[in-house]
Design a binder for this molecule. Structure first.
Ligand SMILES: [Zn+2]
Length: 171
């Protein structure tokens, strides 16, 4: 029997023997780079049949759709950009996001499909941009909504200059 404990196979790190056997092979409990725990047959790890908890396959499927002009391309880019603003220190807008402590909730950060599901259930359309309702809050389901670019700019303007109810002095 091969002791795979502690070894890495692509995105998976082997944690321990699950105690289960499958076709004479040990079933190992593994942790994936995305944070998911899964069980994988040792032989499949060694032969490179299982490279992740399944997230890699999903991502590849998304990339394939991307190449084929899936209309959700834009949503995928939104997701990538949102994470870059919060986690990539060399991003030109990092100081307004990650640099101010704004983060992306772990579920969204690790899994595009969870973000996509939320987006589609909450009125995403290709002409809309993601908005944080509380400007000091994080990218997470209860602090985000989809606004048109102009609504979003208007909101930013109002945050800087006060509420829309304010009457301007006529000069
Ligand atoms: Zn994974």
């Amino acid at each position: 029997m091969n002791d795979l404990k502690g070894k890495r196979f692509s995105r998976l790190i082997v944690l321990k023997d699950s105690g289960k056997r499958c076709g004479g092979h040990v079933v190992w409990i593994c942790i994936c780079d995305c944070g998911n725990i899964c069980e994988v047959i040792g032989n499949n790890l060694i032969r490179g049949r299982n490279k992740s908890c399944g997230c890699l396959k999903k991502e590849n499927a998304i990339k394939k759709n991307w190449r084929h002009g899936d209309r959700r391309i834009r949503l995928y880019r939104t997701w990538v950009n949102m994470k870059s603003r919060c986690f990539r220190k060399n991003h030109h807008k990092y100081k307004y996001y990650g640099g101010r402590g704004i983060t992306v909730c772990p579920a969204w950060r690790s899994n595009y499909l969870i973000f996509k599901e939320w987006a589609l259930a909450n009125g995403y359309a290709d002409h809309l941009t993601i908005d944080r309702i509380d400007n000091d809050g994080n990218y997470e389901p209860n602090n985000c909504q989809w606004l048109t670019r102009s609504e979003n700019s208007k909101k930013q303007w109002e945050e800087k200059h006060g509420s829309k109810d304010k009457n301007f002095k006529i000069v």
